[in-house]
Design a protein around this ligand. Structure first.
Ligand SMILES: NC(=O)C1=CN([C@@H]2O[C@H](COP(=O)(O)OP(=O)(O)OC[C@H]3O[C@@H](n4cnc5c(N)ncnc54)[C@H](O)[C@@H]3O)[C@@H](O)[C@H]2O)C=CC1
Ligand SMILES: NCC(=O)COP(=O)(O)O
Length: 367
């Protein structure tokens, strides 16, 4: 039974296996003007990784070699790139050799889009078991003409799934408590949240979360916290009506549909995270919840990043293959300085390995 995942590859409890059985991970390098190539190189320099997984990078070899050379000088990074397969998905993009770190352009946006797509093609064709994406910048994709809210939507479109979710997972380094948070809505303006949230959307997000907790994390009877939308969950309709009008009835019906799952809500959004804070910092028993369902991006990601920035993992649930990613963005402000932390990228790789192993284990039991 999987109860979580190892955050740090150096403390990994993942199982080592013969080369042919190791999960095959594609790692597209993200926006090459950001910290993606740096955090990937730092993460894959970890000696343990190659006993756990087969890694293929998707990006531009000359740019990566330049980043490695700079990291050798600044932080003494020791890595032999000739040992690591790299797919050159966008080698012919004009201008790729002339990019400047910290200066994203249409070229860097287009390159990161092509690299992601190459990795997805490989995953769909069975070449890879998982895609671990380095960060891209949505605005830069848009400038390059790729009008997607983020990588998640490209993954879903290419995989032809219309039900998918953005789940953040992290394990506390203090107590070992596993934090998991699914966002019901993601990259939309705040003013659209009350319209986009519907009973149907909530149902499909809950279905995805329950299936993920049961299958990927081995929790047969999970306990899920569900946030209200308004301050104080609407204060009996005085501070917003969504809770009384449909969220509470939806929750009652959902609980009847899932007798083996405990649903607690609608928890006032400001207090929902108090026990999570205690569980993260001091006492893992402080939170009774296996997962949190937040109704919009910042309702979930402010607490997740406050507790676990740099070690949380963004995973797309509902895809036919595993996809994980660090919880942070392109950090253009520090690109090229050698100071980007690779912890979240390492955690994304570790979780991808664990999820692939879990899925293989489940399918071998079914066959
Ligand atoms: N998974 C992904 O592809 C994600 C992409 N983004 C994109 O990233 C771009 C920049 O977003 P921001 O809001 O500025 O967030 P960001 O996460 O890139 O940066 C926020 C702050 O954290 C620092 N930071 C981020 N990662 C770090 C690391 N590994 N080590 C040390 N410091 C780190 C940055 O220097 C900056 O000060 C946006 O265009 C957004 O779309 C944002 C989140 C996730
Ligand atoms: N805030 C999370 C985020 O931006 C991740 O987006 P995606 O590119 O993984 O869809």
């Amino acid at each position: 039974m999987q109860q979580g995942f190892s955050i740090n590859l150096s403390q990994s409890n993942l199982s080592h296996s013969p080369t042919r059985l190791r999960p095959r991970l594609a790692i597209p390098l993200g926006d090459p003007a950001g910290i993606g190539p740096e955090i990937v190189l730092k993460a894959i320099a970890h000696p343990t990784l190659h006993t756990l997984a087969q890694v293929t990078l998707v990006g531009h070899a000359p740019g990566l070699a330049k980043t490695l050379s700079s990291l050798r000088d600044t932080v003494g990074l020791d890595l032999d790139l000739s040992q690591i397969p790299l797919v050159e998905a966008a080698a012919t993009i004009a201008g790729l050799d002339a990019i400047e770190l910290g200066q994203p352009t249409e070229v860097t946006g287009h390159a990161s889009f092509c690299w992601l797509n190459r990795a997805i093609t490989g995953a769909l064709q069975g070449e890879f078991d998982a895609v671990v994406t380095a960060p891209i910048a949505k605005s830069v994709w848009h400038a390059a003409g790729h009008l997607y809210p983020g990588q998640t939507e490209v993954l879903a479109e290419r995989a032809e799934v219309d039900r998918f979710g953005m789940l953040f997972a992290a394990r506390s380094p203090h107590t070992g408590w596993p934090l998991r948070c699914l966002l019901a809505t993601t990259h939309i303006p705040l003013q659209q949240v009350p319209t986009v949230l519907t009973p149907e959307l909530m149902t499909h997000k809950l279905d995805l979360l329950v299936a993920c907790l049961q299958q990927d994390f081995g929790l047969s009877s999970p306990h899920i916290a569900i946030a209200g939308l308004n301050p104080h969950s609407g204060e009996a309709g005085k501070l917003g009506t969504e809770e009384v009008e449909w969220l509470q009835p939806w929750l009652t019906a959902a609980q009847q549909r899932y007798p083996q799952v405990k649903l607690t809500g609608l928890i006032p959004p400001d207090t929902m995270w108090v026990s999570a804070g205690h569980a993260w910092h001091t006492d893992r028993q402080a939170s009774p919840f296996d997962a949190y369902l937040a109704l919009y991006h910042d309702q979930g990601l402010i607490p997740v990043k406050l507790l676990a920035f740099d070690r949380a993992v963004n995973t797309t649930i509902g895809l036919p293959f595993v996809r994980t990613s660090p919880d942070h963005g392109t950090a253009f402000d520090i690109a090229g300085k050698g100071i980007a932390r690779s912890d979240s990228m390492e955690a994304a790789i570790a979780l991808a390995i664990e999820l692939v192993q879990q899925r293989k284990h489940l399918s071998s039991r079914e066959n």
